[in-house]
Design a protein around this ligand. Structure first.
Ligand code: 2P0
Length: 325
């Protein structure tokens, strides 16, 4: 009873920012992402009758109790669904540079959902897998599919209509996503906590909810038309709106550091010089830049010239879940 699966991480162009149900990970808005080719998690799950609790190895080392408990709570949902009370050894290898501001939770829970359901003998569709992965970390539901992906928020209380759907296969439109690694301090507000504080207290949160559906419609239209400029513009504007909500929270907080602003300004300068490049930022100081493959090397060099830029990883649209055995 074992299986191995690989899932790639994703970057949201229209952000998931707020939950309407915390235990089921149901969002207040739909979101849209690109699954990335370079960063992924490979997970092997092995259910063994001899175990009396779950064991979690991350990059070859036994994970701490807190991390192991998160994995166990997630596996509980799969055990209940399969009606089998059996513990597992979970072995995860992360090819995700956490320091570059990529949460490994998206690829991590997507790979775990796929490997665990297969190992325990559950037959699930990708849509069901997306619903399961969502309950480990919201953005994980998008990593089930490759290319451009929408997470439809759904309306049902049980979450059975809140899952990702593929919009465009990874081979249908090549764009470049540069992940800019910045010199920065440790993240102060975890994304999950920041999201919760914003929903509960930000005076700007209603503005976010008013705007995000329109941004999503614009993004989907731009993708359908392969209109790079329109997609870049709406992605950048949407990220700025998400970050604006944190300034209206109580107490207020912000994810940006001075190095974040340096990159944002550099991208605006490149645009003034005629280059189509746009930024997006998640719940941390690092920046991702969206540009066209023909410009990726020039943009990368311009970013590397900045003093606080430690490195730039170039990514492109990548695949959905892959089973390895
Ligand atoms: C996203 N983020 O759409 C958004 C944009 C961060 C900013 O999904 O579901 O705290 O509590 O595990 O990992 C990161 O949020 O969410 C995230 P949950 P998490 O990618």
């Amino acid at each position: 009873m074992h299986a191995t699966a690989r899932a790639h991480t994703n970057i949201a162009l229209i952000k998931y920012w707020g939950k309407r149900d915390e235990s089921l990970f149901l969002p207040t808005n739909s979101s849209l992402s690109i699954t990335l080719d370079e960063f992924y998690t490979t997970t092997t799950v092995s259910f063994q009758p001899s175990l009396n609790k779950d064991v979690f190895l991350l990059n070859g080392e036994k994970a701490n109790e807190h991390e192991t408990n998160k994995i166990s709570r997630f596996l509980d949902k799969i055990r209940i669904r399969a009606n089998k009370q059996i513990y597992a050894e979970v072995n995860s290898l992360n090819q995700v540079p956490t320091a570059a501001g990529f949460a490994s939770s998206a690829s991590g829970f997507a790979a775990l959902a796929a490997a665990a359901t297969k190992a325990i003998g559950l037959e699930v569709t990708n849509q069901e897998l997306s619903i399961i992965a969502r309950q480990g970390s919201g953005s994980a539901c998008r990593s089930i599919y490759g290319g451009f992906v929408e997470w439809q928020q759904g309306v049902l209380d049980d979450g059975t209509d809140s899952h990702a759907v593929p919009i465009l296969h990874e081979n249908e439109w090549n764009v470049s996503i540069l992940s800019v690694l910045l010199e920065s301090e440790q993240k102060k507000v975890l994304s999950r906590d920041g999201m919760k504080r914003t929903v509960e207290t930000s005076v700007f949160y209603s503005g976010w909810l008013e705007a995000v559906q329109k941004d999503l419609t614009t993004a989907k239209q731009s993708i359908a038309e392969r209109n790079f400029e329109a997609l870049g513009k709406v992605a950048e504007a949407n990220a700025l709106k998400m970050h604006a909500t944190t300034l209206g929270a109580e107490p207020p907080f912000m994810y940006w550091q001075s190095s974040t602003l340096d990159v944002m300004q550099k991208i605006q300068e490149l645009r003034e010089a005629g280059m189509q490049a746009y930024f997006t930022i998640d719940a941390g100081p690092n920046v991702k830049v969206l540009c066209q493959p023909k410009d990726e090397e020039a943009v990368r060099q311009a970013l590397l010239d900045l003093e606080k830029v430690k490195g730039v990883h170039t990514c492109h649209p990548g695949p959905g879940i892959v089973y390895l055995d």
